[in-house]
Design a protein around this ligand. Structure first.
Ligand code: PLP
Length: 363
């Protein structure tokens, strides 16, 4: 069975380095918010091209804390694309703010043309999600935000190393939010996340909030949360970060083989936005007979995943927003048609060829 997102081979490639780092952290006697976290924060900020980074417990917390640091709460609206993963939306609603959905463009990113029409006097921010490893159109999005005085947050959970016009995703906004969930391009070995920013004020606020609202030990300024990156994950992320460009290159080679090899007319292949490199967190095809294709591939021993079968506005969790089917037809069609093909570090040429041949033989 070709498992769509296997992680063991990615680990094996650098196993000796990971194991050496893990042992050194275990033997250090210091396990939460220490030297490894600080070093990772510095290295990751410089990788993204920002002044500051703060490690947090996961990508959802990164989003939640970002909006909280920006002072966005009850009565405020945040514009976000309707085809995103639900965590993007939860980062907004955990602050009691209201998500205002707009449709994506053909590259699965928020459509800048639609943002302006969704702005009201309650709009405070835009959340751009660089879905599947491809940047949104940051030039146009930045222009709209500037024109209307809106804050901009980037959800970079799927875009480690993805650039727009030569600049790293996470460096365009007030705050960039990352997840290091194991399956991400820069994934750790448990949960992890980070925010990046150029603002010292936001940095200090998030560092305070992630630690029970405490900047000085046992003195609490606000009701915060416990959302800290641990030393083991930070140490392992430091190792992986040194290999991220080559890990992304490996994914790019697999994607190129798919793009060149898959020629079944029933399949729509992903396209790459101008001025962007794609980091292929997911290789997402579209097909109107998606469910049959998925079943056929499964029978042939090829696992695939749907990212995502139900858009957030149709989830039970967000029934209170009062949205219904057909409110966002572009996003809803994507949910019905998208399919993520296997793509992972350590995927062999034979496995790639099997996927290509099997898809081309489907009628
Ligand atoms: C687009 C997006 N945003 C946010 C998240 C949340 O990250 P985490 O799982 O680390 O909370 C994820 C990943 O799961 C994601 O894909």
């Amino acid at each position: 069975m070709i498992n769509p997102g296997r992680l063991d081979r990615g680990y094996e490639k650098y196993a000796a380095e990971y194991e050496e780092k893990a042992l050194s952290v275990l033997r250090s006697g210091w396990y939460v918010l220490g030297r490894e976290v600080e070093a990772f924060e510095n290295e990751f900020a410089s990788f993204v091209g920002r002044r500051y980074c703060a490690g947090v417990a996961n990508g959802l917390d990164a989003l939640y804390l970002a909006f909280r640091a920006l002072g966005i709460g009850k009565g405020d609206e945040v514009i976000v694309q309707a085809n995103t993963y639900i965590a993007s939306v939860m980062g907004i609603t955990m602050n009691q703010a209201t998500p205002v959905f707009v449709e994506p463009d053909e590259y699965f990113g928020i459509d800048p043309e639609k943002i302006e029409k969704a702005i009201t006097d309650r709009t405070k921010a835009v959340l751009a999600v660089h879905l599947y490893g491809l940047a949104c159109d940051m030039e146009k999005i930045n222009a709209v935000c500037k024109k209307h005085g809106l804050k901009l947050v980037e959800d970079c959970a799927q875009s480690h190393g993805a650039r727009f016009d030569g600049k790293m995703t996470g460096s365009f906004s007030d705050i960039g939010c990352f997840s290091f969930y194991p399956s991400k391009n820069l994934g750790c070995f448990g949960d992890g996340g980070a925010v990046v920013t150029d603002s010292e004020e936001y940095l200090q606020k998030i560092k305070m909030l992630r630690n029970y609202g405490s900047a000085k030990r046992y003195y609490n300024e606000e009701v915060g949360v416990n959302s800290r990156l641990d030393e083991l994950q930070a140490g392992l992320l430091r190792v992986k970060l040194t290999h991220l460009e080559e890990l992304n290159k490996e994914r790019d080679d697999i994607a190129k083989a798919y793009l060149e090899g898959i020629d079944n007319p029933l399949i729509i292949l992903p396209r790459i936005r101008e001025k962007c490199n794609h980091t292929w967190h997911q290789f997402v095809i579209r097909c109107t007979g998606r469910d049959e294709l998925m079943e056929y591939l499964k029978e042939k021993g090829i696992g695939t995943i749907i990212h995502y079968p139900v858009p957030p506005h149709l989830q039970k969790a967000y029934a209170y927003l009062g949205k219904k089917k057909s409110d966002f037809p572009i996003s809803e069609a994507m949910s019905d048609e998208v399919l993520s093909l296997p793509i992972y570090n350590g995927m062999t040429k034979d496995e790639v060829k099997t996927v290509i041949d099997t898809i081309n033989n489907w009628q």
